[in-house]
Write a protein that binds this ligand. Sequence first.
Ligand code: NAI
Length: 341
Amino acid sequence: MKIAVFSSKSYDEEFLRAAAQGSDIELVFFETRLNGSTAPLARGCRAVCVFVNDHVDEPALSVLHEMGVGLVALRCSGYNNVDLAAAERLGVVVARVPAYSPHAVAELTVALMLSLDRKLHKAYNRVREGNFNLEGLLGAELFRRTVGVIGTGKIGAIVAKILAGFECRLLAYDLVRNSEVEALGARYVALDDLCRESDIITLHCPLTPGTYRIINEDSLSLTKPGVMLINTSRGKLVDTEAVIRGLKSGHIGAVGLDVYEEEEELFFEDLSNQVIQDDVFARMLTFPNVIITGHQGYFTRPALEAIARQTVENIAAFARGETPPGVVETASGRRGTSLAG
Ligand code: NAI
């Protein structure tokens, strides 16, 4: 079976080819993103394989459906970029990789906390320039700080576990309690209390209508002076302009982001020879106490191997006429309508 892989990078090709070896899956790679205009590239294919910034909207799905594409295989967990209602209407199956390596994202989360605390981003540049002055590098310790974890599913629970090792005091907020997180000594509290009491707030909930800009002017106004904010989940969980105001006033002490509200226009591409047109993002880059990474939380060898393996399993099951193990389900037992990230 022939599959069109969109938004393809060299690493996608490497890991997907390895996972598909020995199967009758034929992969065709396209660097371009999927949308209504590029969908015709999938002519002759029975499935498309897409990533977070592909536009799997009604126009794209209609073209795909007309050409006989029956499966959208997401090589990520989130499916907020897929019009599930249109897919269901057209009978196009949507499958994803629900869990690959939550450790990858959890470890980057803690790496951001430690880097900001110890100002590693500044120290790295200083030492390379022969400047061994320590002025301005005075750090903080994670030991016994209070960390508020918003969303205690797979990733949030691992973050909590790692931080318990640092003897942090853990606060948690979620719609459902995770007994493993409680067993670490974490205390579930109301969101407002988490904001009031935390030295560090870290986001691990999906993007849904209920979590859109869960960190905003109001929630930030409750936070402690000097609070550190970490977001490795989805950019739209945070009102970036409110964060900029907090950074400018000095109220927010540090920010670590792996995701950004408007990242679609920026991330995953080399724009180093271009002028960044997004003034909000450009302003974020100017703060000495902000570290931004370009959505690389998932980007580890074990995670990419797991993503490729599960994507190929989804495609192979579809080719056999079976329901892919990672099919996106709805409450009614078919396909979902959540914006889960
Ligand atoms: P998960 O589904 O295991 O956990 C999400 C948790 O959020 C659940 O416990 C859920 O009850 C909770 N939640 C849902 N709505 C909530 C609300 N309104 N308020 C508070 N909690 C709420 O998901 P997992 O695997 O832990 O992933 C978390 C997020 O990490 C994903 O949704 C995605 O946005 C992000 N992610 C980021 C990656 C990166 O490369 N930076 C890679 C993979 C995921």
